[in-house]
Ligand binder design. Structure first.
Ligand SMILES: [Zn+2]
Length: 589
């Protein structure tokens, strides 16, 4: 029987004040001193053995840093309003930044070498090879050691502190909503359940309350964003000489600029696909035209709820039928007590999976409330955990997949779950709900994120032109209205949506990775349906590659050419197929 409880961080440390934590910091210090002693030995003629020894020592330091850093950040996510935890976390960030600075000389030296020297060492580096290669990509954008150190130190109290302020600030919001005559006080996660309520008035009220609260602080939250966007520009364009703000992320993702342009271009060309879906949805909801409040509305009244235990069992069973190994790895997260699924005040909203080091089971945070949606989120986050564990044979530096491939196992896991539910559900209304929800979610990960990416580019440009927060909000609203065309009415308060999207703050230009990942998975899933068993080894080895090869190579090994517009169009063809399938169903009243 699976029950809900906060996660255990015992596999990291018993406590932030424990002797183990103190010992880890002491050990880290010893290791860094030893590592610094290796510095004089770094030369173009270094032997392969010495070179590998340096890397292994750096890996040991990174490992300890991650264990400490993850403990602090997971403690914080579980309780963002606890002052002791918050103070500990910022202390840890500060100390780890100082340590990162003391080891920085290695990457600077590595980037300074000539190609010929690099080739000799790389040939002998085994699993570290791609990590070393990736570091070299940044050679043209790397500054001197003192400059790099100043950036690292100033980031702790600059960009990172701003992001932390944003998190603390927004996670204390309490939203009020009147439901059946009673005023409820809700977290964001609890409030947004009503965005999918069958009562249109409640849906509207939920969104209005969301943006009333965010809008009240809109000027401050917008100012935080302006600060971060300026910081991004000052560092990456002015100092490092990247050609544009997006190119920074593309290089970190190791995705060529032209691929991202092609991907987003295909999305632009397919705006009408979802407009068509929203018109269909309006007919089901018996509305002349959808409002933005209604885009995630259920088309039929179904109040199906799942207990947490049922949800966990369904996810494991669905995974088991797909591939027993996948189920086993997902189950391990619960067995290790690494899942925090309950809803609590002060806990971070949303959901994530943190894969810390290759040999530890990842930690997963969700806010489980029993809706079919929450079951899908559980499958999604456990999919991430499966991905990390399948890649657990790689080094600390190569087990994390690049962002655009990071959503593969998660999204695929969700699709496996939906198919499992569809195959078992006999109630027509639940089936319609599931099918519509699949397109709803696809909208949320494909088109919505692509539109976010367009907006983000525009916002960064506007901030360089000294745009005000209101001007950015107006641009955001205009983008939304263009995207929805005459298919959906967008009311004014949606101008504040952008200040409520954490990704814009945490990881600029992250969002296209979702679009990339979802379209990729639609096409992979199509292959799975056609090929069945034969598909699985290719899929599992794609996941097991983790971040040990360039994304382009991982995909071409799986038979995919990401430069090809027709590949991305194939994803939209699957979506259009789903919509046509829905159009063929007579509207149920
Ligand atoms: Zn995800």
């Amino acid at each position: 029987m699976f029950t809900q409880s906060p996660w255990s961080l015992e596999d990291l440390f018993p406590d932030q004040d424990s002797p183990e934590m103190k010992a880890a910091f002491d050990d880290l210090d010893v290791k860094v001193v030893e590592f610094e002693a290796l510095r004089p030995g770094l030369s173009a003629s270094i032997s392969v053995e010495d070179f590998l020894n340096v890397i292994r020592q750096l890996e040991a330091i990174s490992r300890l840093s991650r264990l400490i850093g993850e403990f602090a950040s997971l403690s914080y996510s579980a309780n963002t309003q606890d002052q002791t935890i918050q103070a500990f976390q910022s202390d840890v960030e500060n100390r780890l930044a100082l340590i990162a600075n003391r080891t920085l000389f290695f990457s600077l030296w590595w980037k300074s070498l000539d190609e010929a020297e690099v080739e000799r060492l790389m040939a002998a580096s085994g699993d570290y090879c791609y990590w070393l290669e990736e570091m070299r990509h940044f050679k043209p954008y790397t500054l001197t050691e003192p400059e790099e150190k100043v950036i690292n130190i100033k980031d702790v109290t600059g960009a990172i502190a701003t992001v932390n302020l944003y998190t603390t600030f927004t996670n204390r919001y309490i939203f009020q909503l009147e439901v059946d005559g009673e005023v409820k006080h809700l977290t964001r996660g609890e409030l947004m359940v009503y965005a999918r309520h069958y009562d249109p008035a409640l849906r509207a009220a939920a969104y209005q309350e969301l943006y009333r609260v965010y809008g009240q602080d809109g000027a401050i939250l917008g100012q935080m964003y302006q600060t971060l966007a300026r910081d991004w520009h000052n560092e990456n364009l002015d100092m490092r000489h990247f050609s544009n703000p997006l190119a920074v992320r593309n290089l970190a993702n190791d995705i060529p600029d032209d691929v991202v342009d092609t991907l987003l271009g295909v999305c632009q060309d397919n705006t009408s696909v979802f407009q068509r879906f929203f018109r269909l949805k309006a007919r089901w909801l018996q509305m002349e035209r959808l409002s933005r409040y209604d885009i995630y509305a259920p088309v039929v009244k179904s109040e199906k709820m799942y207990s947490f235990n049922e949800a966990a069992e369904m996810v494991f069973d669905a995974f088991q039928r797909f591939e027993p190994r996948v189920a086993e790895l997902a189950r391990r997260v619960l067995e290790r007590d690494h899942l925090d699924s309950e809803v609590r005040r002060g806990k971070e909203s949303g959901a994530f999976c943190a894969s810390t080091v290759p040999d530890l089971t990842p930690w997963v945070l969700v806010n489980y409330q029993g809706k079919p949606d929450d079951v899908a989120t559980l499958a999604h986050e456990l999919g991430h955990a499966v991905h990390a564990q399948l890649a657990g044979e790689h080094s600390l530096f190569t087990f994390h997949s690049a962002l655009p491939l990071a959503e593969t196992a998660s999204t695929f896991g969700e699709m496996v779950l939906i198919d499992y539910l569809l195959a078992r559900e006999t109630d027509a209304s639940v089936r319609q709900t599931l099918l519509f929800r699949q397109v709803d979610d696809t909208y949320g990960t494909v088109m919505r994120q692509a539109q976010f990416a367009f907006f983000e580019r525009q916002a960064h440009d506007m901030i360089q032109q000294a745009a005000t927060v209101d001007e950015i909000s107006n641009a955001y609203l205009e983008n939304l209205r263009k995207q929805f065309g005459d298919a959906v009415d967008v009311s004014d308060e949606f101008r504040w949506e952008w200040v409520s999207i954490p990704h814009f703050y945490f990881t600029p230009f992250y969002v296209y990775a979702y679009t990339f990942g979802q379209l990729l998975v639609l096409s992979l899933y199509q292959q799975y349906k056609v090929e069945g068993e034969a598909f699985k080894p290719r899929y599992l080895s794609l996941l097991a590659a983790g971040g040990s090869k360039p994304p382009e190579k991982i995909l071409s090994d799986a038979g995919i050419n990401m430069h090809n517009a027709s590949f991305w169009q194939g994803g939209f063809d699957v979506i259009r197929g789903l919509i046509e399938q829905l159009e063929a169903i007579p509207v149920m009243k």
